[in-house]
Design a binder for this molecule. Structure first.
Ligand SMILES: [Zn+2]
Length: 574
């Protein structure tokens, strides 16, 4: 036992690497036997939790106030001085554990993952992976520098988003055209970047003994429970089920607008999303301030399950929520975890919109996952797969939706709640086809030599958009349409990370379906699955949650049918 190691992160967070290193050296030197394994794992867990929580708290403090130089310096010091040597030391312990051939109950899946990670490791790839993240920053720089002059002011493209989501069609088109022309100006810079990235990734794969980068990434992302062929089945199912449903949503709106078809500027993100509201529609106003957002969210979560509501109230009482947008705060929303304190923390930028309610319920699902798995004894058991992590969050959005009305303590009258739920459910249907475009594109790009060639990429993207998003009229806008892959950050910076959302959404829809016939049972199953953390395979996690880990048109069709019926019912009261 590490008797000198602090039990509270506050006593640990200022430790230098020189103070930490002897603890790793001790673990590396200690003989590992069946008799000593449990104590060894417990000590390793204590040490790595302290380091992890230090990093999580410093990152949080930095994002809570990016203008705080002291917080920034502390976070950067952690990144520069603690994280790299800790990663090396952690790797050494993982290899030691694998070499021992020992295991314990609840460790089989984590050991399988560790082995895959160790098998993939190549010294020669280390500089290439650094090169890859530098190319990623080049993408961020190119995109971040995109500005336009709008109504006399020079603004970055994301600031046009409210215009695209607005109800004035002429303004939407003007903003969309301006934005698209600006993006096309970077076409050759992004094409050059893609050629470099593509070649680099194929080299990384070859160095690790893989025939192509898709094969490499399958192992790197530890996708043991499904194959590229399963993803192709999923794409076919989406084409058969979601594309017609999405077309029905788009056709309904084009009829209301008196148009033969929707143009890209009729969609809130100018690409594939929900259509912008009809003229004259006022945006939903769910709450006045952050306090009201927290209180009403707590009331809703109580209705989902009193003990989950209790966990959320614990977060309020202990100051584990930073919800409201303010100057200096980093953008976005996330849920982080403090494993020593066994507490999650939710960070977001609420500004008074329904999106904030949706984000809060989503992040609350991640927080419940953290609470539920916090009693697993060993650090590697907490690493649950992304395909399931998003079931925890997306299912919570759906489970909480029936309680959005004021009579349950929620945010809206009956009509407002119906409108919010329709928006959410329609967005779910519309996301799957776009997800299929992004996933199918990447699968093609790394398994065909012409995937390195931007012209071929344009042709492939165009064909995929025509297959999966056929209802949107891109007539005369071919250059913009065909370069859609330039606009997807994941393709450049987080390769292959996308199908996870689609698979998780299908799991979440099944949890929700179960709740409609037996709410307490569905929530109990959901919570049982969350408790497993990373100790079970994806099919086991889904099954425990009462769902199938599925790719087929039958399962997807059932989910989409339920969503469409619900939208129709809600439409009658909205
Ligand atoms: Zn999430």
């Amino acid at each position: 036992m590490f008797s000198q190691l602090p039990t509270d992160v506050r006593a640990f967070q200022d430790w230098s690497w020189a103070q930490i290193a002897p603890y790793y050296a001790d673990l590396a030197a200690r003989p590992l036997t069946a008799g000593s394994l449990e104590a060894w794992l417990a000590d390793w867990t204590r040490l790595s939790f302290l380091i992890y929580e230090t990093g999580a708290r410093r990152h949080l403090a930095h994002t809570q106030d990016t203008t705080d130089a002291v917080a920034e310096a502390a976070f950067f010091r952690y990144l520069d001085e603690i994280r790299p040597p800790a990663a090396t030391a952690e790797q050494e312990l993982k290899l030691k554990l694998l070499a021992s051939g020992l295991s314990l109950e609840g460790l089989a899946v984590p050991l399988r993952n560790l082995k895959a990670e160790a098998d993939l490791f190549r010294d020669v790839n280390l500089p290439l992976l650094v090169e890859e993240s530098k190319l990623g920053s080049r993408y961020d720089k190119i995109i971040g520098a995109q500005t336009v002059e709008w109504e006399g002011k020079e603004i970055p493209l994301p600031q046009l988003r409210p215009v695209l989501a607005g109800t004035d069609r002429a303004r939407r088109e003007a903003a969309w055209q301006l934005m698209s022309r600006r993006r096309l100006a970077d076409r050759s810079a992004l094409n050059d970047l893609w050629r470099e990235l593509h070649a680099l990734r194929q080299r990384i794969a070859a160095n690790a003994g893989h025939p192509d980068y898709r094969s490499y990434i399958w192992q790197a992302k530890q996708r043991f429970d499904y194959t590229p062929a399963d993803c192709a089945t999923f794409h076919d199912a989406i084409e058969a089920v979601c594309v017609p449903a999405a077309t029905r949503i788009y056709d309904r709106r084009s009829r209301m607008l008196g148009l033969p078809a929707l143009r890209p500027w009729d969609l809130t993100n100018g690409e594939f999303s929900r259509p912008a509201d009809m003229p004259g529609t006022q945006p939903l106003k769910p709450y006045r301030d952050g306090g009201e957002l927290l209180d009403k969210s707590a009331a809703i979560l109580d209705k989902v399950d009193p003990s989950l509501g209790g966990q959320y109230r614990t977060m309020i009482a202990e100051g584990l929520l930073d919800a409201e947008n303010r100057k200096g705060k980093a953008p976005g929303g996330y849920c982080t975890y403090f494993p020593v304190a066994k507490r999650p923390f939710i960070f977001m930028n609420a500004v008074g919109l329904h999106d904030d309610v949706q984000t809060m319920l989503h992040e609350a699902g991640h927080a419940f996952h953290a609470f539920a798995s916090s009693d697993l004894p060993f650090a590697p058991q907490l690493e649950s797969p992304m395909e399931f992590n998003e079931v925890a969050s997306m299912a919570m959005e759906l489970l909480a939706a029936p309680y959005l009305t004021a009579d349950h303590g929620g945010f809206y009258d009956v009509g407002g709640a119906a409108r919010a739920r329709i928006e959410h459910l329609e967005s779910t249907i519309l996301f799957w086809p776009y997800m299929a475009v992004v996933d199918a594109f990447q699968q093609w790009a790394y398994t065909h030599p012409e995937g390195a060639e931007p012209d071929a990429c344009d042709a492939q993207w165009r064909a995929l958009v025509q297959r999966f998003i056929p209802a949107i009229d891109f007539d005369g806008l071919d250059d913009v349409m065909a370069t859609g892959w330039h606009r997807k950050l994941h393709i450049f910076n987080v390769p292959f990370y996308y199908v996870e959302y689609g698979l998780a959404q299908l799991g979440a829809a099944q949890v929700w379906r179960n709740s409609l016939t037996d709410h307490p049972r569905a929530v109990a199953d959901y919570r049982s699955a969350l408790r497993l953390g990373g100790t079970a395979t994806l099919p086991q996690l889904f099954a425990t949650a009462g769902a199938r880990f599925a790719f087929d048109a039958g399962t997807l069709g059932e989910a989409v049918g339920l969503i469409e019926r619900t939208v129709t019912e809600l439409g009658a009261v909205a």
